[in-house]
Design a protein around this ligand. Structure first.
Ligand code: F0G
Length: 468
């Protein structure tokens, strides 16, 4: 490795380490055995058999000492818990939204809000900058049709367009013109996980808001990575460079009506979530659904201590020293991978580096799930766990034909405040080696899958194509 080749260096962590959790690297033979036992699906591996776990940034953050301390103050009362009022107050403060309902994690917020918005529609069409897997599966399961309208800039893997998470506003306009009677709401996922953790610009949010207003539709935002989006806006939008992240967050969210939040991401917590809304009538309606499906409206399926951890996490996540470190660490892994000859989505987004598996493994057809094959072989090579986001997760059979998603991606999601520079160097070297020896990587086929196709990537049993 040439000294000085990196465009950026690993950021200096704005924290020191007070507690450690041992990890171990199994031998190659053991990894091969574990992978077989897991049916070649990395979701089925035991975490103790994983060396560096980049499966997700969800629920995997290291909590701060203030968060751990706050757990002791959790008020576990069924109704009227003081931990709830602390969380409610913090959300109002940080996000600038008044009505908040707790749920146990993001997909519960999606399920309750989306099902309510979809009621009464026979053929609901839900346009989004790009749906993520759980929300997409919930909309489909409720009889709706999710439609992805990502900006055309996102199609070019290496274009440096700063806001590849944007929605294609002209595509939205033409869909609304044709289908507005069937559209219950418009969705913006911030950052856009499916197209590479890419940020959404405030100009784009405003343009979508304008269309929503023109057709009288609510704008829903999935804000589980709102702080990372705001920091990337600060970096990439010259008009907002001198604004504080807190002000950008408030401006960004001021254009939405309803919000779903998984606190497992930018809540810096291990579990939890909420629905937020600016509309009192919606709050009243959703309240009853939360009581019925999640728990009373002052805990929503969480322990009082979880509420405390999230309240504290939300204050820490908008700290700009933290966010600079966070975003630069993810970018650092991207730089290392580029150096190793790995084709990644550029510019690197907020929470993960996304590898183009079609480009990395051109010999594997999409019907043999190159993204998931790359995830499996990366584990085999190194004990590193990423996740495939491609045909296995997002293809659908429509009119007897398999329709593939735009991309086939291996996502390396970085848990917050967990791994160090040397961990990331190990990841980059390992993946570089897998791709340099790509001829060894075989495609996968499905041995078993669940009936609900939207979640099959979590559960499917797979095997390499030549395996008995
Ligand atoms: N929305 C987005 C954009 C997400 O990324 C996720 C979860 C959810 C909603 C659901 O939240 O897990 O708390 O129920 N994403 C994780 C991931 C699992 O790995 O990206 P949840």
């Amino acid at each position: 490795m040439e000294p000085g080749w990196l465009v950026i260096e690993h950021p200096v962590e704005p924290f020191k380490i007070k507690m450690v959790e041992p990890i171990r690297l199994l031998s190659r033979d053991e990894r091969a055995k574990r992978l077989d036992e897991a049916h070649w699906n990395v979701f089925r591996l035991k975490s103790r058999d994983v060396f560096i776990d980049l499966l997700t940034d969800s629920g995997t953050a290291a909590m701060s000492h203030s968060q751990w301390a706050s757990l002791m103050q959790g008020d576990e009362s069924y109704a009227g818990s003081s931990s709830w009022f602390r969380l409610e107050e913090t959300v109002r403060n940080v996000l600038g939204i008044d009505y908040i309902l707790p749920v146990h994690q993001g997909r519960a917020a999606e399920r309750i809000l989306y099902r309510w918005l979809l009621r009464g529609y026979r053929r609901a069409i839900v346009p989004a900058n790009s749906h993520f897997d759980t929300g997409k599966a919930i909309i489909e399961d409720s009889g709706g049709i999710p439609v992805d309208l990502p900006t055309p800039h996102s199609r070019d893997r290496s274009s440096r367009y700063p806001f590849k998470g944007d929605m294609d506003v002209s595509a939205l306009e033409s869909l609304m013109r044709r289908e507005h009677d069937n559209v219950p709401f418009i969705l913006l996922v911030i950052t856009n996980n499916t197209v590479g953790g890419q940020p959404v610009s405030i100009e784009n949010i405003k343009a979508v808001r304008e269309i929503a207003d023109r057709y009288g539709k609510p704008l829903v935002m999935d804000i589980c990575r709102f702080a990372e989006n705001a920091y990337l806006v600060k970096e990439r939008d010259p008009v907002r460079r001198s604004m504080s992240v807190r002000d950008i967050v408030r401006e960004m969210l001021s254009y939405g009506d309803h919000f779903v939040m998984s606190a497992k991401k930018d809540g810096l917590a291990n579990i939890g979530g909420f629905i937020a809304t600016r509309v009192y009538d919606a709050y009243e309606e959703l309240m009853a659904r939360v009581v019925m499906e999640e728990g009373f409206i002052t805990y929503g399926g969480m322990a009082g201590r979880d509420l405390e951890a999230i309240a504290q996490g939300l204050m820490e996540v908008v700290d700009e020293d933290y966010l600079r470190y966070r975003v630069e660490q993810v970018r650092y892994l991207g730089e290392l991978l580029v150096h190793e000859g790995v084709p990644i989505i550029e510019p690197v987004g907020g929470h993960a580096v996304y590898v183009d598996a079609l480009e990395a493994l051109p010999h594997i057809p999409r019907s043999n799930y190159p993204a998931d094959a790359l995830a499996a072989y990366l584990y085999l090579e190194s004990g590193v766990r990423g996740v495939g986001l491609g045909a296995l997760a997002f293809s659908r059979v429509i009119g007897g034909r398999v329709v593939y998603p735009e991309r086939e991606l291996l996502r390396l999601a970085i848990p917050r405040r967990v791994y160090t520079e040397s961990h990331l160097k190990y990841v980059a070297k390992s993946l570089g080696k897998v791709i340099a020896e790509r001829h060894k990587v075989k495609g996968l086929e499905i041995v078993w899958e669940p009936r609900i196709k939207g979640v099959r990537h979590f559960l499917a049993k797979l095997k390499p194509i030549d395996a008995p």
